[in-house]
Ligand binder design. Structure first.
Ligand SMILES: [Zn+2]
Length: 257
């Protein structure tokens, strides 16, 4: 077989020009590709149709595959993959907050093209936000938000309960008070107990105890703080984690031992 003269023959895009030395005792053939590049390969690969171009065919094929949705490495595709992973891949960390909570990606969005058609390109700094935080990833429940917006929304959707039992989220409280949600946030950050923050103008003494707790509550909370996170305890009592923190560090209720 080694002696067959391939000169002038065509294999795929390649036309054999001439012998071009040897590799591992096999003749190398210099070929001209239709794209204009020259390359050398052995006769066996040509005859078995394993080499059919200078390499340009493979590059085109890869481009083609990428073109099927055009976005294999795009920011949008990364957002899409991350969404699917959160909901469907127990090996990713965030799965516990999504898939494990029963949050799904709708059937339609199991195809990237449909997701792209519904959501369009990712705006700069855009993140996917679900309108209903317990709802699925589906066209009616997802919009693009900027990272800043999303952080604000998460915070502003947090429910605060006043001492008379009124439940409102931060945005609603802020609206009622006629101040901005960030203004209300700032009040709470400064250590104002939540009931004052949402109901009253800033009191002079921020360490004023909140009448909501009994003395026993305070003792129980301080004991719980040794083993349980502020957030968990806050949920049990329907109050903010900040409020629990202040009890823990005795910024409030100093007198209760
Ligand atoms: Zn070529």
């Amino acid at each position: 077989m080694a002696g067959i003269n391939l000169q002038g023959q065509r294999f795929g895009r390649l036309t054999v020009i001439e012998e071009n030395g040897r590799r591992s005792n096999q003749i190398l053939w210099k070929c001209l590709c239709d794209c204009g590049k020259e390359c050398s390969t052995i006769g066996q690969l040509l005859r078995e149709e394993k080499t059919r171009s200078c390499g340009c065919l493979l590059i085109e094929r890869r481009k083609e595959i990428r073109k099927t949705h055009g976005q294999a490495d795009s920011p949008l595709y990364r957002v899409y993959r991350a969404m699917r992973n959160r909901c469907e891949n127990p090996n990713v960390k965030s799965y516990q907050h999504y898939g494990a909570r029963g949050i799904k990606v709708c059937e339609r969005w199991h195809t990237f093209e449909n997701f792209y058609a519904d959501m369009g390109n990712r705006p700069e700094d855009g993140t996917l936000e679900r309108i209903d935080n317990n709802g699925n990833y589906e066209p009616s429940n997802v919009r693009w938000a900027t990272k800043k917006e999303q952080a604000n929304n998460k915070r502003n959707n947090r429910i605060y309960v006043s001492s008379d039992g009124t439940e409102k989220n931060m945005s609603q409280w802020a609206k009622e008070l006629g101040i901005s949600p960030s203004g209300l946030q700032a009040r709470i950050r400064r250590g104002m107990i939540q009931d004052d923050a949402v109901n009253k103008p800033a009191p002079k003494n921020l360490k004023k105890p909140n009448a909501k707790y009994t003395d026993d509550d305070i003792r129980t909370i301080r004991k719980l703080c040794l083993t349980t996170s502020n957030i968990k305890i806050a949920k049990m009592y329907g109050v903010s984690a900040t409020s629990i923190y202040h009890i823990k560090i005795k910024q409030t209720y100093q007198d209760i031992l």
